[in-house]
Design a protein around this ligand. Structure first.
Ligand code: HEM
Ligand SMILES: CC(C)=CCC/C(C)=C/CC/C(C)=C/COP(=O)(O)OP(=O)(O)O
Length: 314
């Protein structure tokens, strides 16, 4: 092989790797993992085993990636038409759908095996239910048929904390279901804020996202209602229903107040692209920081510091 052809085959190989990587919609996965990690920290009272954490996050990544690849295969027709998604690996012809299907199956099997062997069967089954729900209920059944697609479909994205909790404890209690509820209620403001900005794309392919069918005013009203629900729900994670303390409570209240402010601003000006973008970006920041607050709250060092402060104060 000459130097030039070797360089070309290296370049082709890295293009192929890049295409398969893009099929997994990798930018969304870190936040899914943060919600899983937060749940694991709460479940283990701040003493999560590093090995179990690693296994669960890798298993979760593989499951989420598998779900996204299946979604890319199923939605290749509309992805081809929408400007935002036209360059994805399948519509742009870089990956054949049947190769993508094999890739999704391998990712799913690896995830299931890893979680079953090194965590437990419940965690593995929950991760698989996430793939099935996202693919069958959201992508196949709801996405192209109802404006409530992402409300019900949002349940798939709310499963990662259940996986994390199950990996630590082997079962589920009220706390992981509260975490599930927080993400479930957060999803409509998260997604509809984005949908307000790209509604023409969805309209073009006939996907009945709420802003397309019912307009901006109805959408911002719904965003406001879900925002009003998600903030109090996030506070239920505090003692006595949950086991988080005032540290989490204070941060969640501050973050929640800002969430409500953004939703309120958008409600007053439903056609503002800038406010919709602000709401979408903040929704991601909110979920990330809320999870960080959960982790910080459970750390033994935080409890020690609180102990010192209260002893000195009292
Ligand atoms: C049914 C539920 C959901 C729908 C329909 C949805 C939809 C979307 C869409 C269409 C995007 C833009 C992606 C792109 O430009 O390619 C996006 C971005 C994003 N989503 Fe969601 N989402 C959902 C749930 C979630 C959940 C549960 C999480 C994590 C907890 C999440 C995290 C993110 C993040 C981090 C981004 C930004 C990615 C970037 O930096 O570009 N989403 N979402
Ligand atoms: C436990 C487990 C495996 C959970 C999987 C959860 C999961 C993959 C959630 C992702 C939600 C999401 C970003 C949807 C994108 O919507 P879309 O596909 O309609 O977006 P698009 O318009 O960009 O294609």
């Amino acid at each position: 092989m000459t130097g030039t052809s070797l360089a070309r085959s290296n370049q082709n190989f890295s293009e192929v790797i890049k295409s398969y990587y893009q099929l997994t919609k990798p930018r969304i996965i870190p936040l899914l993992l943060i919600t899983t990690a937060a749940s694991m920290w709460i479940a283990s009272d701040g003493r999560v085993s590093p090995f179990l954490l690693l296994i669960t996050l890798v298993g979760g990544t593989l499951a989420a990636a598998s779900a996204q690849v299946l979604n890319c295969i199923y939605d290749r027709d509309i992805d081809y038409t929408m400007t935002r998604t036209r360059k994805r690996p399948i519509p742009s012809g870089k990956v054949q759908p049947r190769h993508a299907l094999i890739f999704a199956a391998v990712l799913g099997i690896l995830s299931f095996s890893l979680l079953t062997i090194f965590a437990n069967l419940l965690a593995a089954l929950l991760a698989m239910s996430g793939i099935i729900f996202y693919m069958l209920i959201y992508t196949h059944w709801l996405k192209r048929h109802t404006t409530q697609n992402i409300v019900i479909g949002g349940a798939a994205g709310s499963i990662p904390p259940l996986v994390g909790w199950a990996a630590v404890t082997g079962d589920l209690s009220i706390i992981p279901w509260l975490l599930f509820a927080v993400i479930f209620l957060w999803t409509p403001p998260h997604f509809w804020a984005l949908a307000l900005m790209i509604k023409e794309d969805y309209a073009e392919v006939g996907v009945p996202m709420l802003p397309v069918v019912e307009g901006e005013e109805a959408t911002v009203k719904q965003i406001w209602i879900y925002s009003l629900l998600v903030v109090p729900c996030s506070l239920l994670l505090m003692y006595p229903i949950g086991n988080l303390t005032i540290i989490y409570g204070a941060i969640a209240t501050y973050l929640g107040a800002k969430f409500l402010y953004k939703a309120w601003e958008l409600k007053k000006d439903p056609t503002s692209n800038q406010l919709a973008r602000g709401m979408f970006k903040y929704s991601i920041f909110y979920m990330m920081l809320l999870c960080v607050a959960m982790i910080v709250d459970t750390l033994p060092i935080t409890h020690s510091l609180m102990g010192i402060i209260f002893t000195c104060g009292g």
